[in-house]
Design a protein around this ligand. Structure first.
Ligand SMILES: Cc1cc2nc3c(=O)[nH]c(=O)nc-3n(C[C@H](O)[C@H](O)[C@H](O)COP(=O)(O)OP(=O)(O)OC[C@H]3O[C@@H](n4cnc5c(N)ncnc54)[C@H](O)[C@@H]3O)c2cc1C
Length: 467
């Protein structure tokens, strides 16, 4: 629990006001009378650069000097509909999405970083032992990773319908979508990007990018923040937490329905990228968040100094395995084939890392949970000898490829047998006015540089169409 200390005195009206506000809102605090405690007076003076200003309120390490009730509401997440506490972490994309949504809609919330032990325990307690964030308490009622539509309902947020017709609506704020908007805006076309999670796409989840031209090495988040900044500077509007659910067309205008609203545009760009492929073996689904993960940058921090398994043998598996080995106690890489399919650079690098062990030619058969419902071990079978064995660890990261995020476009544009969007010429799909770019497109190379190039292509398609 957070430790809240209110340094004040009985004769001070603002101290009485702050005390009643905290008490009325059921916030536990310790009152320290500065008239009776010299150390407290000295502390107040040191916080306030020599001045004796009360009330001075300490919330864990942070101090607030005579905060008014609005500031207290914001610090403790107090709203008309109740108190909102968001348990999360800065590295978690859905936490950032939920935080932006609450901020954009003027909802006070208390952000509680799960770095502290009590907060992690609280999250586990709420989610039956699972570590799922963001977990949001609204007047003590828990919501586990609620999407923006759910938050809109539970917080009674009034969303106004938009009637503006954009020149283009870009679905997905990854490298492809952001690049399209930079070019479209420079062509003086009004663009709106609808993003179901947070800005940056898959590249944002990548620790280090060493093959994007112009940068010897750059962190994924930094590169994507620069792309976002550039798009916004040119006037692009980006709405996060907007999951597109359907697209329809009437009189040359596209109507795009999301989980919260409907938007109109003259053209559409599909740049929804791709998602982690699942193994589809026993207990995989049940243990997601309880020891099974698909994103090292998102969830790796839970396994500092712990033993983990990485499943896969391609570039992502090796890159992420090497990244995890930097702070985990040990990394066991389980690969189905006799050789890695990753590039030689990663294979060579792997050999130099002492806390990585490889298990080659092993098919993953089943995940086993302990009595608390947390991942405990992985059962594998040797493809050559048929011998079964068990690999134990604290957690598992699965990196076995990607599938395109195109389900919602199934009945909108032509897809190939693997679900990738078919295109021709200037990124044109089978429907006039709809374009596709990046990892969701048939023939995509699945690299950031390629995705940005495809974004440029789509922008030329838009220009041609609108002309
Ligand atoms: C672990 C990992 C490491 C990588 N390392 C590198 C590297 O070192 N170098 C390199 O060049 N490439 C790397 N890549 C590949 C690179 O990240 C991708 O090629 C690139 O991000 C593709 O960009 P994109 O815009 O097509 O798609 P994405 O980046 O996937 O963006 C698509 C966006 O669309 C959103 N979206 C999906 N569905 C909807 C919907 N219905 N409504 C609204 N929004 C939606 C998603 O949330 C996402 O933000 C890596 C990928 C991974 C997974």
């Amino acid at each position: 629990m957070k430790i809240i200390k209110l340094y004040g005195a009985d004769w001070c009206p603002d101290c009485r006001r702050a005390k009643s506000f905290l008490a009325d809102n059921n916030i536990n605090f310790e009152f320290i009378d500065v008239d009776l405690d010299e150390t407290a007076t000295a502390l107040v003076e040191s916080i306030n650069k020599g001045k004796r200003i009360i009330p001075t309120i300490l919330v864990d390490e942070k101090s607030y000097t005579n905060p008014n009730n609005n500031i207290l509401s914001s610090v403790f997440g107090i709203n008309d509909v109740g108190t909102v506490q968001l348990f999360g972490a800065d590295w978690c994309p859905d936490c950032r999405r939920a935080k932006s949504f609450l901020t954009d809609n003027n909802i006070n919330f208390e952000f509680i970083d799960i770095e502290s032990d009590w907060a992690t325990k609280k999250v586990e307690e709420i989610n039956n032992g699972k570590r799922i964030i963001p977990t949001i308490l609204i007047d003590a009622v828990p919501y586990t990773n609620p999407d923006n539509a759910k938050l809109t309902v539970v917080l009674s947020i009034n969303i106004e319908k938009s009637h503006k017709i954009y020149d283009t609506i870009i679905i997905g704020a990854g490298a492809a979508g952001l690049t399209t908007s930079i070019y479209a805006q420079r062509d003086r076309f009004d663009s709106l990007i609808l993003e179901k999670s947070t800005v940056g796409g898959n590249a944002f989840l990548t620790e280090k990018i060493e093959n994007y031209p112009g940068f010897q090495s750059i962190s994924g988040p930094k590169l994507m923040e620069r792309m976002e900044e550039q798009a916004v500077t040119y006037g692009a509007v980006i709405k996060t937490g907007e999951a597109v659910q359907s697209i329809s067309k009437q009189d040359d205008i596209f109507s795009i329905k999301t989980n919260t609203n409907t938007y109109l545009s003259k053209t559409v760009v599909l740049s929804t990228g791709s998602t982690y492929r699942k193994l589809g073996i026993q207990n995989e689904k049940e243990l997601i968040g309880s020891g099974i993960h698909y994103c090292a940058t998102c969830d790796g921090a839970f396994y500092r100094d712990k033993d983990i398994i990485v499943i896969g043998g391609g570039n992502s598996a090796l890159e992420e395995g090497i990244f995890l080995a930097g702070f985990c106690k040990s990394v066991k890489i389980v690969n189905r084939s006799t050789e890695f399919s990753a590039s030689p650079t990663y294979i060579e690098k792997l050999k130099t890392i002492k806390n990585i062990t490889t298990y080659m030619n092993q098919t993953s058969e089943e995940f086993v949970a302990n009595e608390k419902g947390m991942f405990q071990s992985l059962n594998v079978v040797d493809n050559e000898t048929n011998e079964k064995s068990t690999i134990t660890a604290d957690g598992v990261f699965i990196f076995i490829g990607l599938i395109p995020n195109t389900k919602v476009f199934e009945n909108v544009v032509d897809l190939n047998e693997r679900g990738f969007i078919k295109t021709k010429n200037l990124a044109e799909t089978s429907v006039k006015g709809i374009f596709a770019a990046g990892d969701c497109r048939e023939g995509a190379i699945a690299q950031v540089a390629a995705a940005t190039g495809e974004g440029v292509l789509a922008s030329y398609g838009i220009r041609n169409y609108l002309k």
